[in-house]
Design a protein around this ligand. Structure first.
Ligand SMILES: Cc1cc2nc3c(=O)[nH]c(=O)nc-3n(C[C@H](O)[C@H](O)[C@H](O)COP(=O)(O)OP(=O)(O)OC[C@H]3O[C@@H](n4cnc5c(N)ncnc54)[C@H](O)[C@@H]3O)c2cc1C
Length: 305
């Protein structure tokens, strides 16, 4: 079975690109290794996203609306994990763990995964206090102390959510200033405004160990004053993302993001990369959606429709 275009990844970028291609009359398939929606499904209140009528919306609502729009436009959801791609005489072949699909063009929208802290024993605490979703398990840390690691958008976004539940939110950041965008900083500052003792920022510091028998009880933090031990019931690592690019074999930059030209084309003819998996991604949902529109336009032009 051959497609005009297959989009790898049903995150926000992939869903938008697939919908736009299908609306142009292209036979469009998507491949997704998990549930649709990608990184934003754990976010209850999106920042910097123009929800309907200016209302804030959750990542899962957005993803649910867009998977419906894609299906209504005729996108075929093929499922499976993409494992490789190859150029053949007949076009492009996408290999997945559920079989091989042929397409005239491919859009890689496989996004990114959370970077681990990189400390020994970290994985043993996954789902036992080590979390990537403050919106999901915030109520479980009501009245407790928690640690957020990082200084970018997602760290401050998670800390702002935890402000509603935790006694003290420790933010451990290796730098001397937050990198988060102004809109995210405003939400963060608002969440802790007038709440003495609810926020403790540890500059120039890193988490070096997590302690606890049945779950997290404390973390060790290395900072300018030496090693400190913080009581904490949960740790939220927000130390960046790793692009899901390795499966493609395409050229990447130092961060592992796929190199593209100004049309979002990769060096492999007919293959485009968009959203969090590509080098130079702006980082926000609006950037991912803008990528999707550009790549869909380039595919339409390439296939002359
Ligand atoms: C904690 C956090 C909070 C954020 N909050 C906001 C916010 O409030 N506002 C905002 O504008 N932006 C926010 N962002 C940024 C936003 O999430 C990203 O810009 C956007 O989600 C990128 O979308 P994407 O589709 O490129 O990638 P992803 O969301 O990562 O989607 C990629 C999809 O591809 C799938 N996939 C990966 N590899 C394969 C494979 N080999 N085969 C098949 N499928 C595969 C994945 O399972 C996933 O579903 C946030 C990011 C994080 C981490």
């Amino acid at each position: 079975m051959s497609f005009d275009v297959i989009v790898v990844g049903e995150g926000i970028a992939g869903l938008a690109a697939a919908r736009d291609c299908a609306r142009a009359g292209l036979r469009t398939g998507t491949v997704e290794q998990m549930m649709f929606g990608g990184l934003v499904t754990s976010i209850n209140e999106l920042i910097d996203w123009p929800g309907e009528g200016g209302e804030s919306c959750s990542g899962s609502d957005l993803a649910a609306n867009w998977i419906t729009e894609a299906a209504d436009a005729g996108v075929e959801s093929l499922g499976g994990q993409a494992t490789g791609l190859e150029a053949a005489d007949s076009g492009l072949l996408l290999h997945t763990d559920a079989g091989t699909h042929a397409a005239r063009c491919l859009i890689v929208a496989s996004g990114a995964a959370r970077r681990p802290l990189g400390i020994p024993g970290e994985h043993a605490y996954v789902d036992r206090g080590l979390s990537h979703c403050a919106d999901c398990d915030g109520p479980l840390v009501k009245g407790a102390d928690v640690v957020v690691v990082g200084g970018g958008d997602s760290a401050l976004q998670e800390a702002a959510v935890l402000a509603h539940y935790a006694r003290t939110v420790h933010v451990v950041h290796r730098g001397s200033a937050f990198r988060a965008r102004p809109a995210v900083r405003a939400v963060f500052e608002q969440a802790f405004a007038g709440r003495e003792g609810a926020l403790s920022i540890h500059w120039h510091s890193t988490v070096t160990a997590i302690e606890g028998e049945d779950g997290i009880e404390a973390v060790q933090v290395a900072g300018p004053g030496g090693i400190a031990r913080l009581q904490a019931r949960a740790v939220y690592p927000c130390v960046g993302l790793v692009p899901n690019s390795a499966w493609t074999g395409l050229p990447v930059d130092a961060a592992g993001a796929i190199r593209v030209d100004e049309r979002l084309a990769t060096p492999m003819p007919g293959v485009y990369a968009i959203g969090a998996v590509r080098a130079g991604h702006g980082g926000r949902l609006v950037d991912a959606v803008a990528d999707a529109a550009r790549a869909a336009g380039a595919v339409k032009e390439a296939l002359q429709c």
